[in-house]
Ligand binder design. Sequence first.
Ligand SMILES: Cc1cc2nc3c(=O)[nH]c(=O)nc-3n(C[C@H](O)[C@H](O)[C@H](O)COP(=O)(O)OP(=O)(O)OC[C@H]3O[C@@H](n4cnc5c(N)ncnc54)[C@H](O)[C@@H]3O)c2cc1C
Length: 382
Amino acid sequence: MDVIVVGLGAMGSAAIHQLARRGAEVLGIDRHSPPHAFGSSHGETRITRRLTLEGAEYAPLAVRSHEWWRRIEAETGTSVLTECGVLNLADHAADPRAFAVHARAAAACGIAYELLDAAALRDRFPQFRVEDTRVGLLEPGGGFVRPEDAIRAQLELAERYGARLHRGERVLAVEPAATGVTVRTDAGTYTADQVVLCAGAWLAGLLDDPGLARLFGVYRQVLHWFGVEGSGQDFSPGRFPTFIWQGVSRADEYFYGFPSIDGATIKVATGQLERRTPDPDRLDRTVAADEAARFHHTMIGGRLPGVSARAARSQVCMYTVTPDEAFVIDRLPGSERVLVASPCSGHGFKHSAAIGEALAELATEGATTLDLTPFAFDRFTR
Ligand SMILES: Cc1cc2nc3c(=O)[nH]c(=O)nc-3n(C[C@H](O)[C@H](O)[C@H](O)COP(=O)(O)OP(=O)(O)OC[C@H]3O[C@@H](n4cnc5c(N)ncnc54)[C@H](O)[C@@H]3O)c2cc1C
């Protein structure tokens, strides 16, 4: 066997699709049956934008992924990408340089964007109640990706190209040797020339080296769906954008949200990196009613008056975060046969199709055209 892909979520489904497409003999193994709601890739929507606020090094990944989402849609008939626009809202008084840097970066990369003042925001998006100091940067080509559908479509394509998928099988150990890599699971033992590790929040548990394992912190996140039905406002894609609202204090640092997929609710969330989860298998997956009420009170109240204070539902998800919050996409130190892809940190999905392609190129050709040096392990030891 050429390659075994461990974990078939966002990164693994993209990697196995690309490997199978290149004619590699490939096996994918997942402890659950992706897409599922136990890892980092559920909850209906993920923000996507080519204007990558986290750094210019991410832009080629997003641009390439958009190309792949469209191709995957054409080949499977699945809707993956909705370009309804991404609106980044900041307070000009709290941050006078708000957006100037990003606007310059967008212009330099040729990414279309619009700067909106408070009057323009009220005119274009009356769903928001904005202060006079609020400004918006709209990227019309951004929007959202549907994570579950993207994973399902890529696994379907992988199988179409001859990949074998083992669902509901847990990998217990990955043992590299000079001649190949042995993968031991709760159902058997397999060997391959190379292994691609895409185990998301469980990655640390598959690394032998405690120093490396410590790099990957897991953080519980909560998604909330609040009602918009009967608000008299239109929250549908096209009339309401995917958005990121930058707050003005530490308490309301930021929150983000999406247009309504079901016509009845919108999904909103923030990110938390204060409390690390020691073991992803013992994650607290319950969300108390007052957690949702607190979120509404701190983040939404007054800013989106059409959004009801009663949460229709909430869901728990996990970020995997490195010390500098940047991705790791690299060969495992000391083992040329094992590739690791840990690109979560709350912003990885939009890049996943391109990362899958890069992993497949590395595994089959030994090199990739994408510059992955910012995501190397050795930045933590240099
Ligand atoms: C709440 C939330 C919001 C986010 N918002 C955005 C956003 O707006 N935009 C964006 O671009 N990104 C966003 N992200 C980040 C993005 O979703 C992640 O980067 C991406 O989903 C991570 O994919 P993954 O493949 O690493 O993990 P997963 O998709 O979780 O896949 C890991 C897989 O490995 C399997 N596995 C683990 N251990 C084993 C084992 N031992 N044996 C076999 N299988 C195993 C699991 O079952 C799982 O299927 C968000 C993440 C979260 C949690």
